[in-house]
Design a binder for this molecule. Structure first.
Ligand code: SF4
Length: 886
């Protein structure tokens, strides 16, 4: 691990699971590049992956254990955790304690946590944030296949003639895979259909966008099944030899058919017909789906409605065809392998089967084993709030912001007698921890992860853990030993854990279960270290050479009769609410990840969207009296959030969209999960994060502000604020109910004072508008702009001044105006994060004749690195072309 030696590892963000080459530099920075040899990305990285090197600073890291907010030694902290868990179990039974983990954990971390809870504590109360991500896919797979198997591979998306993306903004959420798909379309003319209520950037790139009504996916695919049946598309041989349950599924679909699909989806007949015809005529069709399918109270039915169509046509497990679940998190799949959910046992064994439970118990040599499934995430936090769970250990995740009904989750944690949090940084969850344990972060951890196509890759450490931080597997084993289970948790390395995990997968398997990596059970430490990315084999030994493996082309399902099951999917129209007439949809944006603990550290990634927003259709905005860029309060029966209004026709009327990312660390009232309903799918337990009843109202303020400051203020005196990092400091959006008595004093408190300060200011007569800039020597220390309406200044240009080495003379005055002079073009809002190219620069390139995305790239470099912004560039070209034509 000498400075300068490159390490092959994997990106810790999304389920694409890209290979990364990290090379520490002499100056202490780390250069990041895509791994050309990794079969997930072949060298590509998206904006988030490319910026990984900028997220490694230690400024916000947890470096020492803390007990009740005070620094403690590891021994004291671990002793306390073991003692309180043991005492709680002794007094109230094993079901009175719980673990809540994360798809960010490595498989080895997951394995030991699951082993401790299910085998040695004897309860199954170990759930993870994967419950929020793909639990409906797991449940749908198990209902149809008898196992949690993703049948296909990424290559299938490149070999398909038709790719249908359902509830997936793949351009932003699985960017590298989307780039692979676009490249395949270039080569072979793939047709891309997007099914999504919103006109996302992915929908804009599609050949056909079906803007269905929210939560009408089941009706869409039940209608498709009926259509396939009516048009004679049944693969009779496949259905007869390999499946069961078709009659019931068809009966449910026929009950509604085409008219039912039209009514539920609210699509025009010709669009629906076009889609059904396309799907029917394309032998090579992949239906890929993500959170728009999974995060629903009907998520499992949505998954099965899709799978039914693939089983019916036998389009599964062959090149270029099949249903494909796009996993949200980097290691959600690895967590599933080891049973890291409350409803699973390790190695895809069934927690409901006594023989499987006994098999695992005896393999582990544990005194007992959980006799039934444990509490799923929503129920788990409810049980904490009700006092039924009295000790919880949260590992590497931030439920105070990510869970639905997040205020109730915070109340539950506040009331819980004993809360342990192991994490990398402080979050809104860590403020409730009795014991805080500093965990090693991505760059410091070693183990394995499994991506959406079942490919296991090594994550390798290239930095030493800072301070006293330790890997998660080590922390869990240390607690287990103190609880009296030292022999079973006496691991010396992640490789040792992986070998045990691999051996368990082969136990009494003989092809009866999909997950069998027992060929890896004998890996030496060095072989584990060198392990190349490998897909789960379909039979022992297969796939070890890196070739793609697929399941179910010739049947061989993992149900008791080895037949794939059709599942009837009844259509239940979503309930309406008069008081809360809008549908609140939450999701990701391009450059942020989860609750921003990493991605908010890099100015490049915060430049795309520096504050949270609510996408609102213009008619809904007008009805509610909300103007563009004003502030909007989203109100639901659960809670509220305040964000910026983004009025756009991309949003369907009757629905609003708010990003999931903002927390109390970066905004005053931006936690949208506080307003999300905790209703969950009855089969999978996955909450319906994309469908909450809500209403919107103006958030009345007397003033708006925008500031740039060199140092993060300790407090921000405003009812509304949103804070983001920039090169050289921070940018802050502000708004308040009453103007400050003295704006100059207000500005001084926000900006601070440097050496040799010089301040320029301007205010109008009634003091409704105020502008101030303070310089320390040649450099800008901070600037504040106050106005009665949303502040209209060139934010990108002002932000850039903060990093400028010298600002003198006329430029100081220009800063007060908030706009550059003619000699300094305004870049406009940043579109390309990789090269910091703004919308105005792209517009100028188009005006100069750049008529294609590639031509814009040649002119200003935008879109030439990761490609995540290419659809937005296309949108700007189209808008400019339209303007010229008009
Ligand atoms: S697509 Fe982007 S975020 Fe996802 S794994 Fe690849 S580089 Fe990371």
């Amino acid at each position: 691990m000498a400075t300068g030696s490159p390490t092959r590892t994997t990106c810790p963000y999304c389920g694409v699971g890209c290979g990364v080459v990290a090379t520490p530099q002499e100056d202490g920075t780390v250069s990041i590049a895509g791994d050309r040899r990794h079969p997930a990305n072949f060298g590509r990285l998206c904006s988030k992956g490319s910026a990984l090197g900028e997220t490694l600073s230690l400024d916000d890291r947890l470096l020492h254990p803390e007990v009740n907010g005070r620094r403690a030694g590891w021994d004291d902290a671990l002793d306390l955790v073991a003692r309180r868990f043991s005492e709680t179990i002794a007094a109230h039974g094993p079901d009175s304690v719980a673990f809540y983990g994360s798809g960010q954990l490595l498989t080895e971390d997951y394995y030991v946590a699951n082993k401790l809870m299910k085998g040695f504590i004897g309860a199954a109360n170990i759930d993870t944030n994967s419950r929020l991500c793909m639990a409906s896919s797991v449940a749908g797979h198990i209902r149809a296949f008898g196992s949690d198997t993703v049948p296909g591979t990424y290559e299938d998306l490149e070999e398909a003639d038709l790719v249908v993306l359902v509830g997936s903004n793949m351009t932003w959420c699985h960017p590298v895979l989307f780039q692979r798909l676009l490249a395949a379309r270039e080569r072979r003319g793939t047709t891309i259909v997007v099914v999504d209520p919103r006109r996302t950037v992915t929908a804009e790139a599609a050949d056909l966008h079906l803007a269905i009504a929210p939560n009408s996916d089941v009706a869409l695919f039940a209608g498709l099944l009926d259509h396939l049946d009516r048009t004679g598309l049944r693969d009779r041989d496949y259905v007869e030899r390999h499946t069961s349950g078709l009659d019931q599924a068809l009966a449910a679909a026929q009950g509604r058919g085409f008219p039912g699909a039209m009514e539920a989806t609210r699509l025009p007949a010709e669009q629906l017909r076009e889609f059904y015809t396309l799907w029917s005529r394309s032998e090579r069709v992949v239906t890929a789906y993500s959170q728009g399918v999974n995060q629903s109270v009907a998520g499992t039915d949505k998954v099965n409605a899709i799978i039914n169509c693939h089983l019916f046509t036998g389009r599964i497990g062959r090149p270029g065809m099949g249903p494909f679940s796009l996993t949200g998190q980097p290691n959600a799949m690895g967590g599933r392998e080891v049973g890291g959910l409350a409803t699973m046992l390790a190695a895809h064994l069934d927690i409901n089967r006594p023989d499987h439970r006994e098999m695992v118990r005896s393999f582990w040599g544990s005194p007992g084993i959980a006799a039934r499934p444990g509490l799923k995430a929503v129920d788990l936090f409810r049980a904490i709030g009700q006092g039924r769970v009295k000790a919880v250990w949260i590992m590497g995740t931030n439920p105070a912001d990510s869970m639905p009904d997040a205020d109730a989750v915070e109340d539950a944690l506040r009331a819980c007698p004993f809360v342990v949090v192991s994490d990398v940084t402080r979050t809104d969850t860590t403020r409730h921890a009795d014991v805080l344990l500093p965990a090693a972060a991505w760059a410091e951890k070693s183990g394995t992860v499994t991506n959406s196509e079942r490919r296991i890759s090594r994550q390798r450490a290239f930095l030493k853990p800072p301070g006293e931080a330790r890997p998660d597997w080590r922390i869990v084993c240390d607690v287990a030993a103190r609880m009296g289970f030292s022999e079973a948790f006496d691991y010396r390395s992640p490789a040792e854990i992986f070998r045990e995990h691999a051996a368990l997968s082969g136990l009494a398997n003989d092809g009866t279960r999909d997950f069998d990596i027992s060929a890896c059970a004998g890996l030496s430490e060095s072989a584990y270290d060198a392990l190349a990315p490998v897909q789960w084999p379909r039979r022992p030994g297969e796939g070890l050479d890196g070739t793609a493996t697929r399941f179910f082309a010739e049947g061989g399902f993992y149900t008791p009769d080895r037949r794939g099951r059709f599942v009837p999917t009844p259509v239940a129209p979503p309930e309406a609410s008069e008081e809360f007439p809008l549908v609140l949809n939450t999701g990701r944006i391009r450059d942020q990840w989860h609750t921003m603990t990493r991605t908010a550290k890099t100015p490049r990634l915060t430049s795309h969207y520096a504050e949270s927003f609510c996408e609102i259709h213009p008619e809904d905005a007008e009805d509610a009296g909300i103007g563009p860029a004003t502030l909007v309060r989203i109100v639901s029966p659960q809670g509220t959030a305040v964000v910026r209004a983004l009025v756009t026709e991309r949003q369907q009327k009757g629905s609003v969209f708010v990003p999931m990312h903002w927390t109390d660390q970066h905004a005053a009232q931006g936690r949208i999960s506080a307003a999300v309903l905790p209703a969950a799918d009855p089969v999978s337990g996955q909450p319906g994060l994309k469908f909450s009843h809500a209403r919107i109202e103006p958030y009345e303020v007397a003033w708006y502000g925008f500031a740039v400051v060199r140092n993060r203020p300790e407090t921000i005196p405003a009812e509304y604020w949103a804070l983001a990092r920039t090169d050289g400091g921070w940018r802050i959006e502000l708004a308040g109910a009453a103007p400050a008595q003295d704006w100059a004093t207000y500005a001084a408190a926000l900006i601070g004072r440097g050496e040799d300060p010089e301040t320029l200011s301007y205010s109008d007569q009634d003091r409704a508008s105020f502008r101030l800039a303070t310089f320390s020597g040649d450099r800008l220390l901070g600037a504040l702009f106050i106005a009665p309406q949303p502040v209209a200044v060139s934010r990108t240009w002002v932000v850039e001044r903060l990093a400028a080495p010298a600002i003198r003379g006329a430029e100081r005055l220009r800063l007060l105006s908030g706009r550059p002079g003619a000699d300094q073009p305004d870049p406009g809002p940043i579109v390309c994060a990789c090269f910091s190219v703004g919308a105005n620069q792209i517009a100028a390139a188009v005006a100069d004749g750049a008529a294609s995305v590639d031509a814009v790239g040649e002119a200003v470099r935008a879109g030439t690195n990761c490609g995540s912004c290419r659809v937005e560039i296309r949108r700007l070209i189209d808008a400019a072309t339209l303007k010229t034509a008009v």
